[in-house]
Design a protein around this ligand. Sequence first.
Ligand SMILES: Cc1cc2nc3c(=O)[nH]c(=O)nc-3n(C[C@H](O)[C@H](O)[C@H](O)COP(=O)(O)OP(=O)(O)OC[C@H]3O[C@@H](n4cnc5c(N)ncnc54)[C@H](O)[C@@H]3O)c2cc1C
Length: 424
Amino acid sequence: MMRTLTKSISGWGRYPVQSCELLRPEKYADLHAYTDSCIARGQGRSYGDASLNKDHAVILTERLNRFVRFDHQKGIIAAEAGLSLQELLAVIVPAGWFLPVTPGTQFVSLGGCVAADVHGKNHHRVGSFGQHVISFKLILADESHITCSPGENSEIFWATIGGMGLTGIIGEVTLQLIPLKNQAMRVEHHAVNDLAEMGYYDDDYTVTWLDTQRERGIAMTAHHAENPVKIKPKKSGLKPPSFLLNNYSIKLFNNLYFMRQSRKAKFTSHYQDYFYPLDAIKNWNTMYGKKGFVQYQAVFPKSSALIGVQEILKLMRKNNAVSFLSVLKRLGKPSGGLLSFPIEGLTLAMDIAFDHNTLKLLREFDHIVLAHQGRVYLAKDACLSAKNFRSMYPHYEKFLKIKHKIDPKNIFQSSLSKRLEIGH
Ligand SMILES: Cc1cc2nc3c(=O)[nH]c(=O)nc-3n(C[C@H](O)[C@H](O)[C@H](O)COP(=O)(O)OP(=O)(O)OC[C@H]3O[C@@H](n4cnc5c(N)ncnc54)[C@H](O)[C@@H]3O)c2cc1C
């Protein structure tokens, strides 16, 4: 019997904090569903309660981080699911390969990227993480190990891509990488004074930093540099600012940031600085104070994208709510993952410090999102209701049928799945 440690843990938003029974298998052979209620956890970088399981088991996968195979010619890598993207990049980049899709932090695990079917700044061009997964091994509730790919156990494959760990434990992932000529990125910043202008700017990677107060932003476009450039990443391990974030400091910061960044035109950046700017600041999630924060991320379909975003921003201002860091991204076609987040349209993500008004405000956001047939991202969520989840995720019934088949006793469950009544 593996030893457990009872500990209060949280996701990256530090809300909610819950007491869970932590188990940490040391080797692949030890990996299985240990109790009748458990969930896998990677690096705990989902913001809300997806990798928590209040008063029950959470399986830490951090020790399951071994490389299994690397085909240097074809750029195919297989590794255990607990391996972080940081550990992966340290091996693939010197060999001339890069991740096809990366989230805004490298401190996430391969398993977490599959389970949330993460998207990057290039979603409009290449889709989400799951679309580049060749196969993975899944440990089911009955302890059997199966291989899933688009051609083998394909229903379970698409239930697990974006399935938030609720189909089983992802043990090993085989991924197709993209070739990388050098470590530099060519970046351009464009000031956007009217959100409709955002659409003019497009490159392999495109994201818009947003000032929610003034509905203006900086469209940031980039691609990997073609010709060799010698470049080093900037310093990391910086401390978060000593002041706590409040309405005044956030508005001031947003103003200064807009002025500063809109003056930058074209420049070259190391890939680390371009993709993972927040990773350079240690524990930046503590800046929001003891109560933590939520990241509200929703996507609106193309047809009503700008209107939906503007309605949310209007409601923010009406409630005198501010967001320290907000971004808008265009998303392309969905992947096929039954609970995957991306649909073609525009996604808005905002960091909001948690206070007495937050839950009410988020409920109102959810109504706007629903009215436009949009959805909230489960990897960031801590507050959605079961009813709204069902309306936002139309493939849920199909997911449930597969879950019932492979996990009839609903062993793989998390605080998120219990809140959203997934698996019932
Ligand atoms: C600064 C920052 C920037 C981010 N940027 C983006 C972004 O640009 N795009 C984006 O899509 N997301 C983004 N995210 C969210 C993040 O990429 C996802 O939440 C990702 O799932 C986190 O991976 P993790 O290893 O930390 O997983 P955890 O947070 O530990 O778990 C997340 C989910 O994955 C499941 N899971 C983890 N490992 C396994 C496994 N081995 N088997 C089965 N299930 C498993 C868990 O059960 C849980 O449901 C960002 C997060 C942060 C903190």
